[in-house]
Design a protein around this ligand. Structure first.
Ligand code: SF4
Length: 448
């Protein structure tokens, strides 16, 4: 007799005090390429949109089905009032599954499915609305159409390792990486710039260590000691600038986190030309010469070409109140990614806990680089010398969160090799210092 899958309870895990309610800003409907399930296609067909409009509301790309977008990238169902037309006419349960869940993420874990929040949502970033647990009934309804999210995960080599993709999980190891990371992010006694550097140090130390015989309790002890001393270690570790090769790898990582190809444009170009233009774009990012290649969100800020050096000429945030606000947001975001299990395993492309933690550090550094780009783009002079702003950090986090765990090009072996290249000689720490966001030590982080 076939065994029934075990249904797990849903546990909402978000930073202390985090709030969320949708305020219909419509931002998520302008940013995401929504992939559809077979049930979504049936539902949209039943609702009769294609008949009513005289054209398809979905499109197919490389064998997968997506909601169609307008020329500006917004969803075909986004109304002028920021609401979804499917929701307005048929109700929440009739929307595609991916749209219904956003900004929640649900990943299966051993003790219960973990619900977290995505910081691409402006209400989540600003922490406005009701307590996330008040959405539990909606989440239970949603998983009716996505039951795999609440079924007990298999512990397999590709989804739960802590060191390499070939290493199976042992009890407590992933939890030790999680606890160590959270302890670093939320350490109220350490200034913000050192906490960010300490997270980079912790991640790259774990990735570079030979852990083949450090297993189980020994690994838990190692992770705990490393996390407890990471903030002191970064003070004692010699400062060096990132190497040109590390900057090139990092710019490649930023490119992948800002890449939002328009499906209809790709279809019109044809496969070969679209691959060729992708390769040229990736090369322009890696070389870092001339202007930052245009991408959709940047085009909304300015049409002025921004030379790469202008981005790094932007100074850290000035003044304690601004620095505290930036620090609070960054700390809450990192804690949300960790608590919501969106840093590794089924929450992040099946990566091991250590690879996933390095990717999270690259996400953090990418958001900080983008925050500088934001200030450079809004600067009227070409000799930009502005500072990082809270709006810039919100913009950077929003862009990075749109790709985190959702786009195929971050789930490749090339990305894992890029993370290793960045961590191998201490590049993550060097980049964390070069991109540090505070010139004044911010106050206490708002996480728990
Ligand atoms: S970004 Fe957040 S607040 Fe805005 S429409 Fe989407 S879910 Fe609602």
């Amino acid at each position: 007799m076939a065994r029934q899958p075990v249904q797990l309870p849903i546990i909402v895990r978000v930073p202390h005090g985090q709030r969320y309610s949708c305020h219909s800003c419509g931002a998520c409907c302008k940013d995401f390429t929504v992939q559809l399930r077979a049930e979504d296609l049936e539902r949209l067909e039943r609702q009769g949109w294609a008949r009513e409009r005289g054209e398809a509301v979905t499109t197919t790309f490389r064998g997968r089905h997506f909601l169609r977008q307008r020329p500006d990238g917004s969803c075909t169902f986004l109304q002028p009032d920021g609401r979804c037309e499917v929701h307005a006419r048929f109700g929440l349960q009739e929307k595609p599954v991916a749209c219904r869940f956003f900004p929640f993420s649900v990943v299966p874990a051993a003790k219960g499915a973990i619900a977290g929040l995505n910081f691409a949502c402006q209400s989540v970033q600003r922490s406005v609305g009701s307590a996330p647990a008040s959405h539990l009934d909606d989440l239970r309804q949603m998983v009716v159409d996505a039951p795999e999210l609440v079924q007990r995960p298999r512990v397999s080599a590709s989804t739960a390792g802590w060191g390499s993709r070939r290493t199976p999980e042992e009890p407590g190891e992933v939890d030790a990486v999680l606890k160590g990371s959270l302890d670093i992010v939320a350490n109220a006694g350490v200034p913000g710039e050192r906490r960010m550097a300490a997270l980079a140090f912790f991640a790259q130390s774990l990735l570079n260590a030979d852990l083949s015989r450090v297993r189980g309790d020994r690994f838990v002890e190692l992770a705990s000691v490393l996390a407890a001393h990471a903030a002191d270690e970064v003070v004692m570790t010699e400062h060096r600038d990132p190497r040109p090769s590390e900057w090139a790898l990092f710019r490649g990582a930023v490119h992948l986190r800002t890449h939002a190809p328009r499906l209809d444009a790709l279809q019109a170009q044809g496969w070969l030309r679209s691959v060729w233009s992708d390769l040229r774009l990736a090369r322009a990012w890696r070389r870092g010469r001339g202007a930052v290649p245009a991408f959709r969100a940047l085009g909304e800020l300015t049409t002025r070409p921004i030379p790469f050096p202008e981005v790094l000429a932007i100074h850290p945030t000035e003044g304690i109140p601004a620095a505290a606000a930036v620090d609070g947001l960054l700390s809450r975001w990192l804690a949300a990614r960790l608590l919501g299990e969106r840093a590794w395993s089924s929450g992040y492309y099946g990566m091991s806990a250590i690879d996933g933690l390095c990717a999270l550090v690259v996400d953090l550094l990418s958001a900080l680089w983008l925050a500088r780009l934001h200030s450079a783009a809004l600067s009227e002079s070409r000799s930009a010398s502005g500072t990082i702003t809270l709006e810039g950090v919100q913009w950077g986090i929003g862009i990075v969160e749109r790709t985190a765990g959702r786009v195929p090009w971050l789930a490749t072996t090339a990305e894992s090799l890029r993370l290793r290249g960045l961590a191998r000689h201490g590049g993550l720490l060097a980049l964390a210092r070069a991109l540090q966001p505070f010139s004044a030590s911010p106050g206490r982080p708002h996480t728990s």
